[in-house]
Unconditional design. Structure first.
Length: 379
């Protein structure tokens, strides 16, 4: 639902009832991930999408029906039909399950609070019951960035605490995913499946080295949704005018800046300096941190020499195995812009465990199904 958070916030503030259709399960090559939503208000206005166009008409009519009837949430499954290629379904060959529910903000005032946080760019999570007893289906619980939860919205305090714990874990990781709670005496007797929609701060891309490649990479990183920082110890090169697409330009020694700044498992560290006095202390530190990606630019000869220096500096082999160098995928890139595409393609593949191979050379579904994230509370 976060894809339409701004509109939903205004509808909640206006106390305007609406039907919310949420993708709760995906298999095969479905076009949009779980959590994507379409909403329809009482005037027939629609916002969002659940399939990129394949089944929007059918979902729209189902939303209108749920709004008119005022009944319980409804489920619908859409997939490709070999028997009837013209039936309403996904032309891509995948399958989605959609939950359609009526939302009245007077019954869920906490939802407007969470949506306001999200539209302001602040971290928040909305846990939505997508499988369980009929009287709980579609109910929500919200967790804000400071860890506070709007409790009492599910079936009891124990259920709320269990869901809030899972939602906080997913919010810390910046992930939207399914969690399972209940089915035992310690949490609640009812087994619940919840889709936790999370809005976390933008992941960070730290680019070290104020070179021409950094300009193109900062632009590509910004396009992909990263909060981009360019850092270099040389003030004549590290200027905002040279890197207008970066969120911030820092003049500092790279390893000193990295030691002082905040990183997490989604952070991408890109070392473009080509200078051992910068690279070695920086990479030694970066490879010891819980960041998502570390890449360093240079030829294969430079890479081999760099590895030797890192070993001399005491960097263990387990850390060296995390280094992506030479940085980027083999796309035949030559220009800074092409190189930026090569680097960001590798970052995307690394984040999603992609192969980096042409899709035409593969078999099976293009999109892997989203795994259940129930174990993230201790992640």
């Amino acid at each position: 639902m976060l894809n339409i958070a701004d509109t939903l916030y205004h509808w909640c503030r206006e106390a305007r009832p609406f039907a919310l259709a949420t993708v709760v399960q995906v298999s095969g090559s479905a076009p949009l991930p779980p959590g994507t939503a379409l909403a329809v208000d009482t005037d027939g206005n629609a916002v969002g999408s659940v399939s990129g166009g394949c089944v929007e008409g059918a979902v729209y009519e189902l939303c209108r029906q749920v709004l008119a009837d005022g009944g319980p949430p409804a489920r619908a499954r859409f997939g490709y039909s070999d028997d009837d290629a013209f039936a309403v379904g996904l032309t891509c060959g995948g399958e989605i399950q959609v939950l359609v529910q009526r939302v009245d903000s007077v019954d869920q005032p906490h939802l407007a609070v969470a949506l306001e946080e999200i539209r302001r760019g602040r971290p928040a999570a909305v846990a939505q019951v997508v499988n369980g007893p009929d009287d709980l289906l579609g109910r929500t619980l919200c967790v804000l960035g400071d860890g506070s939860a709007y409790e009492g919205t599910l079936s009891g305090p124990r259920e709320d605490r269990a869901v809030a714990m899972q939602a906080r874990a997913l919010l810390r990781a910046g992930r939207t995913g399914l969690v399972e709670v209940g089915g035992d005496a310690d949490t609640c007797p009812e087994r619940l499946s919840l889709l936790v929609h999370t809005n976390a701060p933008r992941p960070r891309m730290l680019i070290f080295g104020a070179v021409d490649f950094a300009g193109a990479l900062s632009r590509a990183g910004r396009f992909l949704g990263y909060r981009v920082t360019v850092c270099d110890a040389r003030p004549v090169f590290a200027t905002a005018a040279r890197f207008p697409h970066a969120d911030e330009v820092v003049v500092d020694w790279p390893h000193r800046y990295l030691a002082a700044t905040q990183v997490d498992a989604r952070t991408a560290v890109c070392v473009l300096t080509h200078d051992a006095k910068f690279d070695i202390p920086l990479l030694r530190m970066a490879l010891s941190l819980p960041v998502g990606y570390v890449g360093a630019m240079g030829s294969r000869r430079t890479h081999d020499h760099r590895l030797g220096l890192l070993r001399e500096a005491g960097v263990p082999e387990t850390h060296l195995a995390r280094l992506n160098s030479p940085i980027g995928l083999d796309l035949g890139a030559r220009t800074p812009e092409e190189t930026a595409v090569s680097i960001t393609a590798e970052i995307i593949a690394h984040a999603h465990h992609g192969t980096g191979l042409p899709l035409a050379h593969g078999t099976g579904p293009i999109h892997e199904p989203m795994a259940t994230r129930g174990a993230l509370a201790g992640h």
